[in-house]
Each structure stands twice: as C-alpha cells, then as structure tokens.
Write a protein that binds this ligand. Structure first.
Ligand code: ATP
Ligand code: MG
Length: 319
C-alpha cells in the first residue's frame, strides 16, 4: 500500500454495463477523486447510476471496466483489504433483524477481527455516541426510520473505516430525522472520516457537501462546490410561466428570446421556463408578453442546485 495517500477515493474511467434482456449502461465513464476529510455528494435523479457507482466502490459489484482505489487499494484486486477502509450504509436497511442493536454493532466488530473485549468496548462507545444506550436491546423492527438509520451509521463506522459511503441516507426520513442525520454526518467529519453520499435532494447536497458531482445517465455533468456550481451554471433566476393555452407558446418563446435580460427560454409541459439574470423590469415584460395566452401562474426560483440541474439536463430532478 502506498503511504501518505492524498486522494482517498479514486474513480477512473468507471463503466458498468448490465447485460440482460436489455443492455443497461448504468455507469458510463466516471472519473472522480475525493480528498481526505471531504463530504462529497453524488447528486442525480432515479437511475442516474449512483447506487451502482457506490456498489462498485464498496466491492459489492464488479465494474465492466475502469477502476476504483480506496486509500490506494484497488477494490477489484484486493477487496478484503479495501473493505477495512470502507463503511457502507446501503440504500435499504440491512440491519440483522434477528439481532438487537447492541448485537448488530458487536458482531460487526467481531467480523472485522475485533476481540470480544474490543468489540464490546467499541459497541458501548457507539451506543453512547449515537444516543442509543436506552435502545440497546431493541430489535431493528422496533425502530423508527430515523433511529434505524442512526444504528446503520454507527455500525458502518464501527471498524473505524477511512471512508463512509451513504446511499440516499435521508430517503424516507421525516424532516426532523433528516436534520439529525445531517448533524451525525457533520460529526463524522470531526472524526476525520471522509463521507461520500448520494442523494436526489438538492437541499441535502447543498447543505452537507463540500463538493458535489451532478450525475445523469451514468455520466458526470458537473463537479464543484455547491457555491461554484451555482455561480457557473445557475447564476440565473428561473421564471416558470404557466399558461392557460399552449397554442402560440413556441412563438411566444421565440419572441422572448430576443428580449433584454432574457438568457434562454424553453417550452415545457404547461408553459415556458425562462432563465434571466434578474434585472429591472424583466418580470413585468414577461407577464405582459405572456398575457395573450392567459397566464395561469408564475413561479420564480432563485439560483440553487435545482436550477443548476435543470439547466444541465433540461429536466427536473424529481421528474
Ligand atoms: N442489477 C441490475 N441489473 C440490471 N440493471 C440494473 C441493475 N441495477 C441497476 N440497474 C439499472 O442501472 C441504472 C442505474 O441504476 P442505479 O440503481 O445505479 O441508479 P441510482 O442513481 O442509484 O437510482 P435511484 O435514485 O433510483 O437509487 C438504472 O437504469 C437501473 O435500472
Ligand atoms: Mg440508488
């Protein structure tokens, strides 16, 4: 193993093709480097290839081509060694339902070679750290979604991995549990654990990540800090004009494209999507221009990772 590794996760020209009745290119040439101590977000819609990328990086799936190194260790050539550096919280709950919370932690430690005493001590420590002491004897089925997620994170870091992979950590959590989960992730940073998380919540990627990669159809469309992505791609305000009639919408779009302050215009399902730099009077002019078609509604979105995503893909993350 190389010493003094500066890049903790290295993904190089990674490709995964699922062969079956239908050939699916789930990951299509992804290159990515994560630095030690970073919280890194993979942001993309359903089917973008997030889980597949994580499955390969965590030795659960073999790539079709390309490679992943964790702390310098190739995950295909040396899976067992790589696994010592990796913690995983999968997209779906994988706690052992026949074991208590304490036992889930304890046996995980044992699996990673801890002695009985070490495993007991580490499990106690984690119960304390994740505020689980009172639920130590509970079984996974008795836990709320938020609590089960906390146990999963505790278990994932029990063997002191260098990198924690969190696949959709807040899917299905209520807002309060989501905030608690965010806090737990921030705490991990203080312990020096690098975090790679996937999400299709823009707010989550924005709030948690030092850097974000936007992925779609197995490809990386953009990478950078949320701030930088917004500056680069989303410096514009997005105005959605919902129209009563779509007849004439194309002509309206063409007309608007020439207007001062208007950057681009797209015709969407129920109206127009106009990107502007904001600016004096633009909104009034849009309202005026659209009124012959019957303006049903108007929505204004300030630059966010959502508007960045829409600009890059022409689609909504939730579509
Ligand atoms: N085992 C499999 N066999 C065949 N196709 C698969 C398999 N797993 C995933 N796919 C396909 O690969 C593509 C990427 O899926 P993946 O689960 O990696 O996406 P994702 O970004 O995690 O999506 P989600 O937001 O739904 O979790 C999808 O088209 C999916 O249907
Ligand atoms: Mg997934």
């Amino acid at each position: 193993m190389r010493t003094g590794v500066r890049v903790i996760v290295e993904i190089e020209a990674l490709t995964k093709i699922y062969e079956g009745k239908q050939r699916v290119t789930a990951v299509d040439g992804i290159d990515l480097e994560v630095q030690p101590g970073e919280i890194f977000g993979l942001l993309g819609p359903n089917g973008a290839g997030k889980t597949t990328t994580i499955s390969i990086a965590t030795t659960r799936t073999l790539p079709t081509s390309g490679r992943v190194r964790i702390a310098g260790v190739d995950v295909v050539a040396h899976p067992a060694e790589a696994r010592r550096f990796i913690g995983v919280v999968p997209q779906y709950n994988t706690l052992d339902r026949s074991l208590t919370i304490y036992e889930n932690l304890y046996y995980h430690c044992r699996y990673f070679g801890f002695s009985h005493g070490q495993a007991r001590q580490r499990s106690e420590e984690l119960l304390g750290q994740f505020l689980l002491l009172e639920r130590r004897k509970a079984y996974p089925a008795q836990l709320s979604g938020g609590l089960a997620q906390r146990v999963q994170i505790a278990r994932a870091i029990a063997h002191r991995p260098k990198v924690l992979f969190l696949d959709e950590p807040s899917a299905g959590l209520d807002p309060q549990s989501r905030l608690a989960m965010w806090k737990a992730v921030e705490e991990l940073r203080k312990e020096g654990i690098t975090v790679v998380l996937t999400t299709h919540y823009m707010e989550e990627a924005d709030a948690l990540s030092d850097r974000v990669a936007i992925v779609d159809h197995g490809r990386m469309l953009a990478i950078g800090s949320p701030q930088k992505l917004k500056e680069t791609f989303g410096a514009q305000t997005m105005i959605h004009l919902a129209l009563r009639q779509m007849e004439g919408a194309e002509a309206l779009a063409t007309g608007l494209r020439g207007q001062a302050g208007v950057q681009s215009v797209e015709v969407v399902g129920d109206g127009l999507r106009v990107f502007t730099m904001g600016g004096e009077g633009v909104l009034a002019e849009l309202v005026h221009a659209a009124s012959p078609l019957g303006l049903r509604d108007i929505a204004i979105a300030e630059p966010s990772l959502e508007t960045v995503f829409i600009q890059l893909t022409g689609r909504d993350l939730r579509e």
